[in-house]
Design a protein around this ligand. Structure first.
Ligand code: ADP
Length: 234
């Protein structure tokens, strides 16, 4: 699903600033159906990791392979297809303020020229999945932070992507609501979707007992699988 092979990312300096080594020799493999935390302090390299997966940035060295596509050789015209296979819930939600919840989700389908008939069926379905049926006609400003995030999740789910990535899902919402969004992500994972949660919150990763890839100063310093309960799975 997502594979990093000897990935290095350097942001070149501008003459007055030095080059920044954002990721260094990162090797990892996230398989289909996994639920993984990518954990690291601010500046560790998490956003760079995300940008490489989305092909917003290119690796300086090494290979990034996503859904079978090698991003070092991917053609410009195939990048939209790559991104359609990745449902991303951004930290700041990135909703369009002049559109209702329904329209925000529908828009993600319209830009890919999906027939209106299909949109009319799919949008209510994904809004229902995230528990927002009653809020379809509300604008983002009329929704709580948690609800806005669920609209963003509905939009991320609209193309049934094999991978969902949540960027700091607990960053902009109340702590009580973070349990809700995490439970939704777990439900999505339980039906086979790969889920990657990028966060700086160590407690969140610890609470859910999932594989946790820890990044520090651009390097993977730990990649811990969940502890198994004794007598189970063994
Ligand atoms: P995180 O998301 O974990 O906070 P980032 O991936 O944003 O970490 O940053 C990793 C390092 O790369 C930091 O030192 C940051 O200052 C640097 N960096 C990030 N983006 C750029 C950029 N576009 N140009 C130069 N340096 C950058």
């Amino acid at each position: 699903m997502i594979r990093f092979e000897g990935v290095k990312k350097v942001y070149p300096g501008n003459g007055k600033t030095p080059d920044i080594l954002a990721l260094n020799d990162v090797n990892l493999h996230i398989r289909k159906g996994e639920f993984v935390f990518v954990l690291g302090h601010s500046g560790a390299g998490k956003s760079t990791f995300l940008k490489l997966i989305l092909r917003e940035e290119e690796a300086t060295e090494g290979r990034v392979i996503v859904n079978g596509r090698d991003l070092s050789t991917i053609k410009q015209r195939d990048i939209p297809y790559l991104r359609r296979g990745l449902g991303v819930v951004f930290q700041d939600f990135r909703l369009i303020p002049t559109m209702t919840a329904y329209e925000n989700v529908a828009f993600a389908m319209r830009v890919t020229n999906i027939p209106e008939r299909q949109i009319k069926r799919r949008v209510p379905y994904v809004l229902n999945l995230v528990g927002l049926t009653g809020k379809a006609r509300s604008y983002p400003s009329e929704l709580s932070g948690g609800e806005q995030q669920r609209v963003a999740l509905a939009r991320a789910l609209v193309h049934s992507p094999p991978i969902i990535i949540a960027d700091e899902p607990t960053g902009n919402i109340d702590p009580e609501l973070s349990v809700e969004i995490m439970e939704l992500l777990q439900a999505i994972n339980s039906v086979g979707t790969t889920v990657v949660v990028v966060t700086h919150e160590r407690a969140l990763a610890r609470h859910f007992n999932k594989r946790t890839i820890m990044i520090d100063h651009g390097e993977v310093v730990n990649d811990a699988r969940p502890k198994r309960k004794r007598g189970v799975d063994e």
